[in-house]
Write a protein that binds this ligand. Structure first.
Ligand code: CIR
Length: 264
């Protein structure tokens, strides 16, 4: 994989928020998200993806799955093929099956993670060098081994790391900014998992700013974290701040809302 393939993509898939979104999973109840506002924020997110020149495939809402707008957790898309995940949250298992036919239409090589393995896309960070996968309450050792078996045949090196305790996903606390640069909370970077990378830390008190996405020439980040946004601008990145107050109530951020890829 070329280094640029870790952040340059021709396509993204999103799924429209369901009317049932207020019933989505949340670690702490900070109030129910407003479905109308979720839809408005989601439309702004899709527009920001499109503004980079990418084709965005918007899938219809799935009312049976309140968390189904968080499509990142359902698959891993690599230049060589796609891997259908097996979410660790039982209420989200069906979302992966719903995604599979859409990826089959775009990819000739599709693999599926099978029970009892569990793994969610939010725990996977693909850099220009390797695939980092964090163990978490959603991603178990069997899930990581199953993914490794597939991606090693495609020439990727996978490294198991750890999602900090109490943090939903590995990428809740980090993001790729370019092939060798990571945005990370200090608590995650302190584990040493990014040795050899250039690391930019989120500003103190702005840990929730870590879940950004580098998508072509843009870094999409949640609004409301001015010190971290400034750090990214100072480092030369083109930052687009997007409203995320409602998805944040469901522990959702910029990465969760799309699958980003170049079909093979
Ligand atoms: C969940 O708990 O599964 C959803 N409420 C949030 C999923 C966020 N996904 C992600 O960070 N990749």
């Amino acid at each position: 994989m070329t280094q640029d393939a870790s952040f340059r993509f021709t396509h993204a898939i999103t799924r429209r928020p369901p009317g049932s979104v207020a019933n989505g999973l949340r670690a702490i109840d900070t109030g129910a998200p407003d479905p109308a506002l979720v839809a408005q924020h989601h439309a702004a997110y899709v527009a920001a993806l499109r503004a980079t020149g990418a084709t965005v495939i918007e899938l219809p809402a799935l009312d049976a799955y309140p968390d189904s707008l968080f499509v990142e957790d359902t698959a891993l898309c690599l230049p060589q093929g796609a891997v259908i995940m097996r979410p660790g949250a039982p209420s989200r298992l069906g979302e992966a099956a719903e995604m599979e036919p859409h990826l089959r239409a775009l990819y000739s090589r599709i693999h599926r993670i099978e029970a009892p393995a569990t793994i969610e896309g939010g725990d996977i960070l693909v850099t220009g060098r390797e695939i980092l996968v964090g163990t978490s309450a959603r991603t178990n050792a069997a899930g990581i081994a199953a993914l490794d078996a597939i991606t090693s045949r495609w020439g990727h090196r996978l490294r198991q790391v750890h999602t900090p305790p109490g943090v939903l996903h590995f990428k809740t606390d980090c993001a790729l900014l370019d092939a060798g640069t990571i945005l990370s909370t200090e608590r995650l970077a302190a584990s040493g998992c990014f040795a050899g990378y250039r690391v930019i830390h989120t500003a103190p008190g702005e840990e929730a700013a870590a879940n950004v996405i580098r998508f072509n020439d843009a870094v999409l980040m949640p609004a409301g974290f001015p010190a971290t946004a400034q750090r990214l601008r100072d480092a030369g990145y083109g930052v687009t701040e997007l409203p995320n107050s409602e998805c944040a109530k469901l522990d959702g951020g910029m990465s969760c809302l799309s699958l980003r890829f170049t079909p093979s």
